[in-house]
Write a protein that binds this ligand. Sequence first.
Ligand code: C2E
Ligand code: MG
Ligand code: MG
Ligand code: MG
Length: 278
Amino acid sequence: RGKEEGRNRSEFFHQKMNEMIWEKSELENKLRLGLINQEFRLHYQPLYDVMSEKIIGFEALLRWSTPDLGLVLPDKFIKHIEDTRLIIPLGNWIIKTACQFAGKLADLGYQDLSVSVNVSVLQIMNEDFAAAVMDAIQEANISPKSIHLEITESRLMESYDLCVQNILKLKNEGIRFAIDDFGTGYSSLNYLKDLPVSTIKIDKSFIRDLSFNSNNNLTELIIILAQKMGLEIVAEGVETPEQYHILKTYRCNIVQGYMISKPLPEEDTIKLLIERNQ
Ligand code: C2E
Ligand code: MG
Ligand code: MG
Ligand code: MG
């Protein structure tokens, strides 16, 4: 009996494995086709300055829409894109497209607005990364100062040694770096003083918990820490006036979230700027 159960279990296991492998390669094929068929888009979400009450930049966020799956959000496929190394060609396209968007903004007179691009450590580790970014900037005829690169805290700390050269190269060219999802990793705070970054983005899980009648000490402390270290601080995932108000009292000067705007297609970002009289 035991034997049979064991065999059934192992058959079940193999069947599951086969399904998983099949699903995986099917997704991989879809992603490859998507790249060829230009199914990827960038949407842009405003970063808003609390003091001036103005949009000061946009974050580029990847969108994938396929005929059969519809709109797919990055959390569903970014890891897969990294595992299959498709992130290298796709990442180059993302940087190029974001730089071109910054170029369009500049042509319309918005040359002071920044464009933030999420980059994977797999991209930054790549020898050609710095050159690829600088090429995209030159091709779009924009200032390197208008491009910010966002790296997730946990991933950056895992692979810092492999990334630091490219980060320093680009920093010397005037590109700014932000730590994304700050506060969610297990990293020690010790690294903050040496890291060549200009900005910390507090993860939206901290912002979600902010309210007048709860204890907001940890979020306040992160903001104070950033200020003491001379770092810019962005709160992401700001959805309500209450969260906004609390952040304002802590002098967190840059906010991003549905309260200001959802990520928008390129044409709508320009409309938004014009509507806001900016
Ligand atoms: P992230 O860089 O931390 O981006 C912020 C995420 O929060 C975005 O999700 C955005 O749509 C969402 N968000 C913005 N405001 C609000 C809000 O008020 N409430 C809530 N609940 N969510 C809000 P999205 O676009 O699904 O992207 C998820 C993650 O995928 C990003 O997190 C980033 O890590 C990654 N990602 C997105 N685009 C790219 C890309 O072009 N390249 C790479 N390597 N990663 C990307
Ligand atoms: Mg980001
Ligand atoms: Mg984030
Ligand atoms: Mg994130």
